[in-house]
Write a protein that binds this ligand. Structure first.
Ligand code: GLA
Length: 719
């Protein structure tokens, strides 16, 4: 008996509808956009989509189905590429079953009965955030093995007026840069073969209408939750139809499906907003907060960090560390993180990775004295590790030179003196678990900074097969096993800064080290890019040294601290070098962070539309009773005063008190050496009351600021 298949299925969020046509065809999204009322029927949508005749074209249009197929005659990029002994490459699965277990999730099963290949689409919507998630599975139901080359998590159609592409690219110490382009006939394609999420090719994309800005207009956001190789494309076909595909990039021979075996694509997260680019971000943040993040910021506010890296690098010494801990605690630090340099032979970056034993020549009593000292000061202790790596100069490598990924006999390209362990070998996995588990058992460690400091250039396993698919899953499994054994330990995902930031790794981790650049000016761009997909509580942001170690730019404490406030704040410098004035300012910012972190870590982000000499945004409480706004002047402007700053996201009728909370005042006034180049009239506004509509529709005049300085405003409802 044939199962009854509905003609259509619709998923509805608070603001979005997604309608898929089924029948016994390949499933196809026929509508995705602003929520439709019940008056609109699916048959209306179908009629409006009737294709008009085109000369010299196919008489029947091959669809932009969830998995587009060459076998069906689709001439755009296929959603699946596979081959077998016969004509499996021409697979055309048709819907055989639809299982809608809740109103918000469904599984669509499809089979190509001739070729015995099954495809399953898992689709769900989180109604509250309007974020959809898609993944696709391929199951080999035949009698011979299949080689899988590509399987997109979904093919998502893009309306013709959504012609602008916002991509994210970058480099070490300069991640998440926005890259704008216009869609064209052909394919916008980004492929990442670095074996990690990468600095240069973030697996995310926003497509929007030309008139869309930060505050208003239509935009679609896409992100692949995967920490290995990936591929994303936005394509416009010659007939004007456009679509987006994101999925895992598989190397030749990487994935063979034996009889009965299946492949599950990583998840693609997608959302639609009419509230501009900030609207897309607010959807993603809401989703991540309710569906991905495991910690509870209310129960345990994100602690202020001190990280030793830019303070002492590899120069470890127990007394120095205790002294740093004393200073950190005086400044209000709540978690002390011991970075690279604590394990055997690790005096610089040429040796030691793999030997996860405390170096007794530096720490004769193990880490106990340092951990005890840190704990006695009331701080949590955190530790840096880089488990997936090995230095050739290490006991581990000398004992097991074959435990690495390679393409032997090809020469390794060389990367920070280290090689990558093959986590798909059970002995490697077990060794790493044993080492980490025993460190976490022996010491009172609340936090691991888990690093990964090289690309995986040579991606072959011991049998010579490409291994990143399995390596990435093994990495996730190792994290999951450790979390199971030590549920209270938080883990940070670091990869030479921000090269492993994605919703895949965040299923197992609690923070991202956004970038190795602590230069506050660079950070404004980096943190803005990061904020498209991730909320502030996941974003590691530290106050760095006065002269940035990477760019050598000199920035005031006032500027550095104000930029660090808007993430998961910390500090990373040699605390012995702070001047008295810097200590006062840093401590004041730590106090501000503690006062406002609930708001920063639960509020909604509104980026301001400002000229490019400035950067501004606000975080507004969900109930709109309070908000924090930041305005930074990046460089000089042509007019003698900067343009008006118009606030956003407030309640129009609410009366807010405006407190200008940064830079710090001495008494009622800002000191001379503060950030104002000239006399300022700001005191006339400080503490005054305004309606939300006046703040948003008129905005405020800004004083002439010294370039590279920030003003912070705290708005709170009066009465
Ligand atoms: C990477 C990290 C840094 C630091 C060093 C240590 O570069 O991003 O924060 O931990 O490794 O080697």
């Amino acid at each position: 008996m044939q199962v009854q298949i509905p003609e259509f299925v619709t998923l509805t969020g608070n603001q979005t509808s997604l309608t898929i046509a089924l029948g016994r065809q390949a499933p196809q999204i026929i509508y995705w956009g602003q929520r439709l009322s019940s008056k609109t029927s699916e048959s209306m949508l179908t009629k409006l989509r009737i294709r008009q005749e085109v000369p010299a074209s196919p008489t029947r249009e091959a669809k932009r189905s969830l998995t587009t197929t060459t076998g069906e005659g689709f001439s755009g990029s296929p959603g699946i590429k596979l081959s077998g002994n016969a004509d499996e490459w021409a697979v055309v699965p048709k819907v055989t079953d639809v299982n809608q277990s809740t109103p918000h999730s469904l599984v669509i099963s499809n089979i190509d009965e001739t070729r015995n290949i099954e495809i399953k689409h898992n689709i769900s919507i989180d109604p509250d955030s309007d974020v959809l998630s898609f993944s696709t599975s391929v199951i080999n139901r035949g009698t011979d093995a299949l080689n899988l080359e590509w399987c997109t998590a979904a093919t998502l159609p893009i309306p013709a007026h959504i012609s602008q592409i916002l991509g994210f690219e970058g480099h070490w110490a300069g991640e998440f840069h926005e890259q704008h382009s216009e869609q064209f006939f052909g394919t916008y394609l980004r492929e990442n073969r670095r074996g990690r999420t990468s600095h240069d090719c973030f697996p995310g994309l926003i497509m929007h209408a030309p008139s869309c800005d930060q505050q208003q207009g239509e935009a679609y956001g896409f992100h692949l939750g995967w920490s290995g190789n990936h591929r994303l494309l936005a394509e416009k076909m010659a007939d004007g139809r456009a679509f987006v595909q994101l999925g895992e990039l598989l190397l030749p021979g990487e994935l063979t499906l034996s009889v009965g075996e299946s492949y599950d694509s990583p998840k693609l997260y997608a959302t639609y907003s009419t509230k501009g680019l900030s609207g897309v971000s607010r959807h993603f943040h809401r989703y991540v907060r309710s569906q991905i993040i495991k910690f509870d910021v209310k129960q345990k506010p994100r602690p202020v960090h001190y990280n030793t890296w830019e303070g002492i690098y590899f120069d470890h010494d127990v007394d120095t560390l205790k002294g740093l801990a004393d200073r950190a605690s005086e400044l209000g630090v709540e978690r002390f993180v011991l970075d690279d340099g604590w394990f055997i032979g690790r005096n610089d970056d040429t040796a030691g990775l793999g030997d996860w034993y405390v170096d007794e020549s530096v720490y004769p009593d193990g880490l106990h004295p340092v951990v005890a000292h840190v704990n006695k000061l009331g701080m949590e202790f955190g530790l840096w590790v880089e488990p997936e790596m090995v230095n050739p100069d290490s006991n581990l490598f000398r004992a097991h030179p074959d435990w690495i990924l390679s393409t032997k006999p090809n020469e390794d390209v060389g990367f920070r003196n280290q090689l990558v362990l093959d986590l798909t070998r059970s002995e490697v996995f077990d060794y790493l678990f044993e080492r980490l588990d025993s460190l976490l058992t022996e010491y009172n460690i609340g936090y691991l900074k888990w690093d990964m400091n090289r690309d995986i250039n040579q991606q072959g396993d011991q049998y010579g097969k490409p291994a990143i698919h399995r390596q990435t899953h093994a990495f996730y499994n190792l994290l999951a096993k450790l979390k199971d054994a030590h549920p209270n330990v938080e883990i940070e995902s670091c990869s030479s800064g921000g090269a492993r930031a994605d919703y895949g790794v965040l299923q197992h981790t609690d923070r991202v080290w956004t970038s190795d650049s602590n230069d506050a000016l660079e950070r404004l761009k980096i943190q803005k890019g990061f904020s498209y997909f991730f909320p502030a509580e996941l974003m590691g942001s530290h106050v760095g040294p006065r002269d940035c170690h990477i760019t050598h730019r000199h920035l005031t404490m006032s500027m550095r601290a104000s930029v660090a406030l808007f993430g998961h704040m910390g500090m990373e410098m040699d605390l012995r070098e702070l001047t008295d004035q810097e200590k006062v300012e840093l401590k004041a910012m730590v106090n501000l962070y503690k006062k406002h972190r609930q708001l920063v870590h639960s509020g909604e982000l509104y980026r301001l539309q400002l000229p490019d000499y400035a950067n501004g945004f606000g975080i507004v409480a969900e109930d709109k009773t309070e908000a924090l706004f930041s305005y930074s002047l990046i460089r000089g402007h042509t007019a003698s005063l900067p343009d008006q700053m118009r606030f956003a996201g407030l309640d129009k009728e609410t009366i807010y008190q405006m407190d200008i909370i940064w830079p710090i005042k001495s008494g009622d006034h800002w000191p001379k050496e503060s950030i104002f180049s000239f006399k300022t009239n700001l005191p006339l506004l400080d503490g005054q009351h305004f309606t939300g509509e006046a703040l948003m529709q008129l905005g405020k005049q800004l004083p002439r600021l010294a370039p590279n300085s920030s003003l912070l405003y705290y708005l709170h409802k009066v009465g």
